[in-house]
Design a protein around this ligand. Structure first.
Ligand code: ADP
Ligand code: GLC
Length: 492
């Protein structure tokens, strides 16, 4: 099968969150199953053209009643199977992508011209196929930035070489929908009939994700539980009605983890590799983590770790909200250490700096670092994710693979991947709570710390149980193939 992934992020080139991990890892898993997979992303300023090969000739893209010219670059995705590499294509357009930031910058979090940038990019995906004379069976779009791909396929492009092509749209995060003024609609080159027929209309605005959800042949999100939650008023972000309407074509497929990058047996970013058979490397990682974050080097104190975007979705209000958040009392009352790396909303960054100054057992690093994120996953005893909502969540799966027990809210993909500790039987792989309140987080962290000191055998067994779980992408990739096949051969 020929599959084109159209996305705004893909590791190792551009990443703001798990979307980038998922796009590349799914592509590799599909290629390993023998499918022909290509990825197309914008050539953001930070992606070095010097390391890519230019595709000969400029490419014209029809948008906004005119033509925009761009260049195209390509390379093979690292980790690709030798005989069947995943080719990555980059759309290079100075005006739209020659600047810092993917969707915005701290000063301008959502670039004013985002609807145009991504309208252009989605049209360019079709042109790329023509330019390279390579036509996919499946056009696979991800989140609002490429939600116009299924729309363009259904409204205008499905003819000629694209006559039998189908589209799939994956929701990685329903909280971001690409809602913009209708003034931007003309840029799509669609007619006003299509505006209503495709479902763009949203309280007199233009909603890109909504149009994609109406237009794609199949839809999915990144965990079965989140698929159910999004069909409810509480978690549906106003699109629950659309998703209920499309429920026959909508499913949840759990993300996997890239075991080439996230595997304690092979992880070069750790001081010493480790496995279920020999856990000594985990103790070494704990020492290194304490050194890295200037925490006192005690081996018998539990470390709670976090690696996160600092936004409401991640539950940071209940944890770090000035005056009411529970992090301060957790660190004051309990014999533990707390480390965090993250970036995001400035109130939260400021609060983290303030807590780091007031508490000797709390250390936060404001920034983004692959090295430190691996060290936290390996060196911590517990990994905290009090998410308000979580489509899948990768970090809790990384934690399980590294023998670090997740403490999570019972929501979305967290509920699909973690099972709650049972004190009587010693079963489970982590610690869970239902309500996103400071006291629920406090109590659950307290419960985990209690088990650490009083039920060490249970903790040991839980670590091993987590490490033995199979979160490989191969399993999920097969479900994606089944979804593609059902789109290509719809039931009569
Ligand atoms: P989301 O995509 O909603 O942020 P996920 O758990 O799916 O949540 O994925 C987050 C990804 O981003 C993980 O790979 C995580 O390690 C990474 N990440 C987030 N913040 C940082 C950071 N400050 N430094 C390094 N990696 C980070
Ligand atoms: C999103 C979600 C996260 C998910 C990731 C990859 O960013 O917030 O839960 O794991 O996409 O699908």
């Amino acid at each position: 099968m020929k599959i084109l992934m159209t996305a705004s992020e893909a590791v190792p080139y551009a990443k703001t969150g798990g979307l980038a991990d998922a796009v590349s890892a799914l592509s590799l898993a599909l290629a390993k199953l023998g499918h022909e997979v290509r990825i197309v992303i914008p050539r953001y300023y930070g992606i070095n053209r010097g390391e890519l090969t230019q595709v000969e000739g400029a490419m014209g893209v029809h948008v906004g009643g005119g033509e925009e010219w761009c260049a195209v670059y390509t390379t093979a995705l690292p980790g690709s199977p030798k005989k069947n590499p995943v080719k990555v294509f980059f759309i290079d357009h100075e005006k739209f992508f020659g600047r810092d930031g993917i969707y915005g910058t701290p000063a301008e979090p959502d670039f004013l011209d985002n609807p145009r940038r991504f309208t252009f990019f989605c049209r360019a995906a079709f042109q790329l196929c023509r330019k390279t004379s390579w036509y996919p069976d499946v056009l696979h779009a991800h989140d609002w930035p490429t939600a116009l791909v299924p729309v363009f396929l259904k409204f205008g492009e499905r003819h000629g070489e694209f006559a039998n092509t189908v589209s799939v749209l994956t929701i990685h995060n329903l909280g971001y929908q690409g809602i913009y003024s209708k003034d931007n609609f003309w840029y799509t080159n669609l007619g006003w009939n299509d505006f209503y027929a495709a479902g763009f209309e949203d309280w007199n605005m233009m909603n890109l994700l909504k149009a994609g959800l109406y237009s794609a042949d199949k839809l999915n999100t990144v965990s079965p539980n989140y698929a159910e939650e999004t069909k409810t008023h509480v978690q549906g972000f106003r699109l629950d009605g659309v998703l209920r309407h499309r429920s026959a074509d909508y499913m949840g497929i759990l993300n996997g983890i890239d075991s080439g990058l996230w595997n304690p047996k092979t992880d070069d970013l750790l001081p010493q590799k480790y496995s279920v058979q020999d856990m000594s490397g985990k103790a070494k990682a704990k020492e290194a983590l304490q050194r890295e974050f200037s925490l006192s080097g005690k081996s018998d104190v539990p470390i709670i770790g976090m690696v996160t975007r600092l936004t409401g979705q991640k539950g940071v209000g209940a944890l770090f909200g000035p005056a009411y958040g529970s992090a301060w009392s957790i660190c004051r009352d309990m014999n533990l250490q707390f480390v965090l790396i993250g970036t995001g909303e400035s109130w939260c960054e400021n609060e983290l700096r303030s807590l780091s100054g007031r508490l000797s057992n709390f250390k936060a690093q404001i920034g983004y670092s692959e090295n430190q994120s691996h060290l936290i996953e390996a060196g911590a005893d517990f990994f905290l994710m009090p998410s308000q909502y979580e489509p899948c969540g990768l970090n809790q799966m990384y934690s399980l693979a590294y023998g670090t027990l997740p403490i999570v809210r019972n929501t979305g993909g967290l509920a699909d991947t973690v099972s709650n500790y049972n004190e009587e039987k010693g079963t489970g792989t982590g610690f869970m709570f239902n309500d996103l309140t400071p006291s629920a987080i406090y109590n659950t962290v307290g419960w985990a710390v209690w088990a650490y000191y009083n039920r060490p055998k249970h903790i040991e067994a839980m670590r091993i149980r987590g490490m033995k779980q199979d979160f490989s992408w191969e399993k999920s990739a097969k479900v994606y193939i089944a979804m593609y096949e059902s789109a290509l051969n719809p039931a009569p």
